[in-house]
Every structure is written in C-alpha cells, then in structure tokens.
Design a protein around this ligand. Structure first.
Ligand code: HEC
Length: 680
C-alpha cells in the first residue's frame, strides 16, 4: 500500500490592472517614394498584427483593410516604433523563441515612410490575399470539450478580476493530453489564463466556500502527488496558436481530476457574461519524457524603498544533472523593468536564456525555445531582475511611490523565473552508455538541489524542508525524511501536510504507533483531509482493526467519491470482517474506476473464490496476472482453483511459475509436488 504524501507547488499568477500605451514623439519623417499599402504595408500587418486585429479577435479594432490602417496610421507608427506592438517582450539575440513576433527595424521604417509619402493605397493587384481566421478551435475539433459549469458575470467596470473556475473532467479512464485550448467566448475579456490540474479536489472546496461562480485569488497552491503534469506550462493567451506538446511529452490526465482555470479578466465597459470552454486534445502515447519546472526567485529580498530606480535581485542555481531547456516563464509585477536569465557554462562561457529590457506584465507569456538548449551538469543558471519604484515608471501603481515588498497583490512585487527542463537520463553526445543514475528519477535530484538552494537563501524555510522530506522519502531515505519533516513542523507548527508526511515517514521506519499520533493530529486540525484519512485507514487495516479503518476510508470516499484506492482498501476491510458480499462490491467499484489494477483483480478473485464463484475468480486472477505476470501468490492461488476444477495440467504451469518467481514459496512448492504426483 502506497501512502500519500505530496510536494507543494505554488503557481503565482498575477494581477495586471492598467493597460498603458506609450506615447512617443514621432521622429522627423524621411521622404519616401512609392511605398504603398498594398505592396509594403499589408504584408507587414497581415503577418504581424492581424492575428489579434481582425473582427472577433482580441485586439480592440480590425486592421485588415486599407481604411482601417490609414485611419490609425500615426498611432501605428508610434506603437511599432516603441515596440509596444506587436506585443513581444524578449530582446532579439538573447534566445530563439518559437512564434517570435517582432518587427524588424526595416519594417518599422517602411511604415513611417508610407505615412510620410501620403499613405498611398497602391494597385489592387498587389494586395496579398487576406489572412484567414478560423473561428472556434484552432487545433481542430478537440477530443473532449468541457465547459465552466455556470456562466460568470463580469461587471462593467472596476479593476481587473482574477477568478478561478473549477471544471471537473469526465474521463472514464486515464488519458494523455498533448494540447489544451480555451474558447473564452469573448476574447477581449480574457487577458490570459493559466490552467492548473488538481488531483486533490481541494479547489472544489475553495469553490464551495466562495459565494458565486468560482473563487477569487491571483495565486493558487496545489499540493501535487507527483511532478507531472504540474511541470508543463499550461498557459493560454488570445491571439496565439495553442501549444501542442512534442512527441513523448503528453501529460497524464486521471479520472477524478479537476481542471482549474485561473483567468485574468478585464471589464469591457458593459456587463458581460463569461462561460469559457476548454478543449483537450489526446495523444495515444503515454509520456516517455518528464519535464521539470525549476524556479529561480528572490522574493525574500524584495524590499524596495519609494523612489528607488534600479533595485536589483538575483538568484543562482547550479545544475546537478544534464538538462535540455524547453521554455521559460519570467514573472514580475508592475515595477519590474529589466528581466534577465542567463547561464554560466562549465567552460566559463555565457549563454543567454532570455532578456527583457522593458517588462510589461500585461504581455507576460510563456516563451518556448525553437530548439531546446542543452545545459551540462555544473552549469550555473542565474536570474537578475531590476525594478523601478520611482514616479518616472509610468506603470507604478502607487502615486506617490511607496515602499514595496513581496506579495500577491498588484501593488506588491515578485521576481520569478520558471524554467522548464528535461533532465537527460543518458549521457549527451556520445550516447554510448546508459547513465548509472537511469533508475533514479532525475527530477528528484533536481528537486533536492532546488530545495537545498532555497535553504541557503532562507534557512529553516518550511517549503524547502517539507519538499526535502518528500524527496528523501521517495528515495527511501527515511531518517533524512523524518528530520526534514520535523524541521518543517518547527517552521510551521501544526501544518497538516507536514504532520501527514511525518506520519508516513514514521510508519516506513517501523513506528506505526507514532505515525497514528501524527495522522490524528493532522485530522484534528483538518477533519476533511482526505490523504490523512486514507493513510490512517490503511494503517489501521494493516493492524487488523477493520472497524476503525472503515470509518476513515468512508471519509475518504465522502471527500473524494472517485478514489479507487479507498474502494480497494474498504474491500479489504470488509473481507477481513468476513463480509464477502460487501468486499466484492467495493473491489468491483475500485475496478470500475481503475480497471488496470492488478492487485484489486487478485483481491476480488480471492473473495469470489470464497463465495464459490470459481469461473469469475479464475477470470480475475488471469486479469491480474496479465497486468502483473510476476505475482507468485496470484499464480499459486490460480493454480489451486484450476486444480479444484480438475484442470491439473494448467494448474501445474502456474505452480511452476510461482516457484520460479519465489523459490521460498512453501505452499506453491507443496502444490507443485502434489500436482506432479496426481498427473503421473
Ligand atoms: C497578440 C495580439 C496582438 C497583436 C499581434 C497586435 N496587437 Fe495591437 N493590440 C492588441 C490589444 C489586446 C490591444 C489593446 C490593449 C492595449 O492597448 O494594451 C492592442 C492595441 C493596439 C493599438 C492601440 C494602442 C493604444 O495606444 O491604445 C494599436 C495602434 C495597435 N494595437 C496596433 C498594432 C499593430 C500595428 C500590430 C502589428 C504590428 C499589432 N497591434 C499587433 C493586441 C495585439
């Protein structure tokens, strides 16, 4: 029985309240001859602007026709020269990103020449064909479409709204998702959306506690049982083609999972109703490669005096393994100015990851590299962010400027650089030998190093100790795990996740009685903590206390009605009490939710055998062995049933298998001997 503990992932998703346009004085114009809209301007606009500036697009007006562009020509010259449009923050030459949208200096000059030359239309024959825009799903019809359960009413005015909508995903069995797309209804209202995957159903409860549809908040913390799919950037912005994961990088979607749509909504001037639909695109292929998100940050050092112009924070991380960098997601609020991410390679050379000279939170995005960037073990990844808290910063939300510290409000600041990497399990270029660490999940190695770095920045930090506890635990280093959980509890006394984690570690070190104390402490602080109920229920079961176990396992199902593991444990508990009808019933429920669980098949087979339902019992043993051919007990028990049906030859095969798999299996040896004798 695997106990449930988790890592803590926190996604900070932030506020943007004001949108600011930059007004620059126009330069003296140059004389220009035959620059026309049809020949020179339309191709620039169609390629770089039309994706948003078309009827129904996210831009405030269409720029498809000559008149549309002519009418706004001056403004277009300004916003292109200032590089406010097209919105694209990364500086060229500091990272090659897929889907980069940036005008060349030449294109900007041509627009100005066109205006200076009188904004000629040119010959209709020269006009390129209008770009076509598909309404609806950009990647074609999704495999599954889910909708916000109810529409949300966005008021006409006021500040931006950050709202989280919980959408249960009705998948009958595990699926692998390669792309996700959002149809917001009205594109102009949704600035961007982050999608989080919640396997714990905790968001449902936040939703219930908040009146109205969804729940408010800029950041959501979700405790995750494993790294995927939390290490995928699930990010959506209007005007961009949704991202499809490359081969082998689909992420896992389990039954009973909720999708949390964290949306940044902008009031439009009139009351609006939003009911976004989310499309999921499946892959047949389970993932073969697992990325990891590394977070560089220095929130703890953010304390910016009012008026301070160039406040700098930095963070460094030394890679403990070889990785390929797939993408980056830089993040700061309104005071962020220059955002830099770079690497010092082991040979001393500098490699840029990203450079943003003029940060604008309104255009924040995930940037993915055209080609992954290889970074060898020992590379030092750094971030350097500067902030402008003076009145000269047009985006400064406080007038006059005030002291600013780290926090989630739009008037607070943040400094994060998320880096998505794929650890290399095999040595790079030569590829001749398989790395010795291939059996270790390299993400755990990365996680441990990240958390050690966190401890160097913030000694006695809760998150660092908690995650180190979980990492050590997953590697079977129980003594270390216990130590970190205890330090986590010292940092945050009574934290229920740490109490639960410590319980699991103590159980694994052979101290069930102490484990029970911690589980009970967690539950007295948080009576609806499903994982602690699950762990305590299973522990009581192992101690032959089915009656008490049933109480806790039923609680799990009340909180998580789709929990296949709880159904299985309940089946065992009733089996222990001799109630084979209930036991069979619960095992069947478990299989309905998780049909490929070999253990549950053999549990059910065992109960069916005691009920005398031999044919069904044989069927489930066979299923169990199909899914897990190395289970000696299942071979032995199947052999017994077959022998009782007189199928001695078949029985013999299974006894042989059982003995081969476990030569010390006394029953199987005895059965094998008898079967051989009877077959003589
Ligand atoms: C990714 C979508 C997107 C692309 C691409 C895009 N725009 Fe925009 N544009 C917007 C949105 C949204 C706004 C309104 C919000 C704002 O002004 O910040 C806007 C605003 C504008 C404005 C008004 C600015 C102001 O001062 O109010 C102009 C002019 C403009 N865009 C021109 C262009 C031109 C020219 C291009 C191509 C070179 C372009 N845009 C590309 C989304 C886009």
């Amino acid at each position: 029985m695997i106990s449930r503990v988790g890592f803590i992932t926190v996604l900070f998703i932030c506020a943007c309240v004001i949108s600011i346009c930059l007004f620059l004085s126009s330069r003296p114009t140059r004389s220009a001859a035959a620059v026309t809209f049809n020949t020179d301007i339309a191709p620039i606009i169609f390629t770089n602007c039309a994706a948003c500036h078309h009827p129904g697009g996210s831009g405030p007006f269409s720029l498809l026709g000559y008149q549309d562009v002519k009418k706004r020509a001056k403004q277009i010259a300004l916003v292109t020269e200032s590089r406010y449009m097209p919105p694209w923050l990364p500086e060229p030459g500091y990272g090659q990103f897929a889907g980069a949208r940036r005008l060349s200096d030449e294109q900007i000059r041509v627009i100005q020449q066109w205006i200076a030359g009188g904004m000629l239309e040119g010959s209709p024959a020269d006009l390129p064909s209008l770009p076509e825009f598909k309404e609806g799903w950009q990647l074609g019809e999704p495999d599954l479409i889910v909708k916000m359960p109810q529409p949300y009413s966005l008021p006409a005015g006021g500040t931006d709204v950050f709202r989280n909508f919980v959408i249960p995903i009705p998948v009958p069995k595990t699926r692998y998702v390669r792309a996700i797309e959002i149809l917001p209804g009205n594109k102009k209202l949704v600035h961007h959306a982050n999608i989080l995957i919640d396997r714990t159903q905790a968001s449902r409860r936040s939703d219930e506690q908040d009146p109205g549809v969804g729940f408010s908040g800029m950041d959501v913390a979700i405790e995750s049982e494993r790294f995927d799919p939390d290490s995928h950037f699930l990010f959506w912005k209007p005007g961009t083609v949704p991202w499809a994961e490359p081969e082998g990088l689909a992420w896992r979607l389990d039954r009973g999972t909720d999708l949390v749509l964290n949306m940044h909504l902008q009031p439009s001037g009139k009351p609006e109703v939003i009911q976004a639909a989310v499309g999921l695109y499946y892959s047949d292929q389970p993932p073969t490669r697992y990325p990891m998100l590394l977070q560089l940050e220095r929130d703890g050092a953010i304390d910016i005096p009012p008026g301070k112009k160039d406040f700098v924070i930095t963070d460094d991380f030394t890679l403990p393994v070889d990785v390929d960098v797939l993408g980056v997601y830089p993040h700061a609020h309104y005071l962020g100015k220059e955002l830099e991410g770079f690497v010092k390679l082991p040979d001393g050379t500098k490699q840029w990851l990203i450079r943003i000279r003029n940060w604008d939170i309104n255009w924040q995005a995930v940037y993915r590299y055209e080609k992954p960037i290889f970074l060898p073990k020992g590379s030092v990844i750094s971030m350097r962010y500067s902030y402008d808290n003076s009145a000269d910063n047009p985006r400064n939300p406080s007038r006059p400027p005030k002291r600013v510290v780290a926090g989630n409000k739009s008037t607070d600041e943040m400094g994060h650089l998320w880096i998505q990497v794929l650890p290399r399990t095999q040595p790079g270029a030569t590829g001749a030998t398989v790395a010795t660490v291939a059996t270790t999940d390299l993400r755990i190695v990365l996680q441990k190093e990240l958390m050690q770095q966190r401890l160097r920045k913030y000694p006695s930090d809760f998150t660092a100790h908690f995650n180190l506890g979980a990492a050590e635990q997953s590697e079977g280093k129980i003594v270390e795990a216990i130590e970190h959980y205890r330090l986590a509890l010292r940092a945050k006394p009574g934290d229920v996740a740490a109490l639960n984690g410590l319980g699991v570690a103590l159980l694994n070190s052979g101290k069930p009685e102490e484990a029970i104390v911690y589980y009970r402490q967690a539950l007295s602080r948080k009576p609806d903590y499903a994982d602690a109920h699950y762990n305590l229920g299973n522990l009581l079961l192992a101690q032959n206390r089915p009656e008490e176990a049933i109480k806790h396992l039923r609680e799990v199902l009340r909180l998580q009605p789709e929990d296949a593991g709880a159904y299985n444990s309940l089946g065992s508990a009733f089996g222990m009490q001799g109630d084979s009808t209930q036991a069979a019933n619960y095992f069947e429920q478990s299989l309905r939710l998780d049909p490929d669980n070999a253990d549950v098949h053999s549990n059910l087979a065992q109960v069916l055998a005691t009920q005398g339902k031999l044919t069904q019992a044989i069927f489930h043993y066979e299923e169990s062995l199909r899914l897990d051919p190395d289970n000696a007990d299942a071979h032995n028990e199947l052999g017994v049933l077959l022998a009782n049906q007189g199928k001695l030859a078949q029985a013999l095969v299974h006894f042989e298998q059982a003995v081969r798999l476990n030569p010390a299996h006394a029953n199987a040896q005895e059965n094998l001997k008898r079967a051989r004798q009877r077959l003589k």
